[in-house]
Ligand binder design. Structure first.
Ligand SMILES: [Zn+2]
Length: 147
């Protein structure tokens, strides 16, 4: 992002990002060098998202990985054809917030929220992997919470 007046790349953001209809983020900026104000547009699709793992490592967000996890959970379930839409919705959650990083925990919770709404069986399947259930009691507890 360079200032159109003096081409300095140092600026501060004046307002919160506004997400426009076509996947653009609009930001008002003030140049720190010449003090002039200008507006920038960034495309959401160009944002690279990193997933922060539990051990603090970061790896790129891979849509395909999310898709496979969802397919597995929805295997032989009526919501199977909704997988592409779920992937979109989860990706949009990240992008709408303008995040460039998301923790794997948060990501998992968003998936669970979507699945809970769609199909309780798929929800339990995903939760059992994601929360690494080691005991039938874990299942019982989740099921109780569902009901
Ligand atoms: Zn400037």
């Amino acid at each position: 992002m360079k200032c159109p007046f003096c081409t300095s790349s140092l600026s501060k953001v004046l307002d919160k990002r506004t997400v426009l209809g076509r996947g653009e983020i609009r930001r008002r900026r003030e140049c720190l060098k010449c003090g002039k104000r200008y507006t920038t547009y960034e495309h959401l699709a160009e944002l690279k998202i990193l997933v922060i793992k539990k051990d603090g490592r970061r790896e790129p967000f891979i849509e395909e990985k999310l898709r496979l996890g969802l397919l597995k959970s929805l295997q032989k379930r009526p919501g199977l054809d909704k997988v592409p839409r779920l992937v979109d919705r989860i990706e949009n959650r990240i992008k709408e917030r303008g995040l460039s990083e998301v923790s794997s925990e948060k990501l998992g919770e968003w998936v669970l929220t979507e699945l809970k709404r769609l199909d309780p069986i798929a929800y339990l399947r995903f939760a059992s992997v994601y929360r690494s259930f080691g005991d039938p009691k874990d299942f019982a507890r989740e099921m109780k919470a569902l009901i």
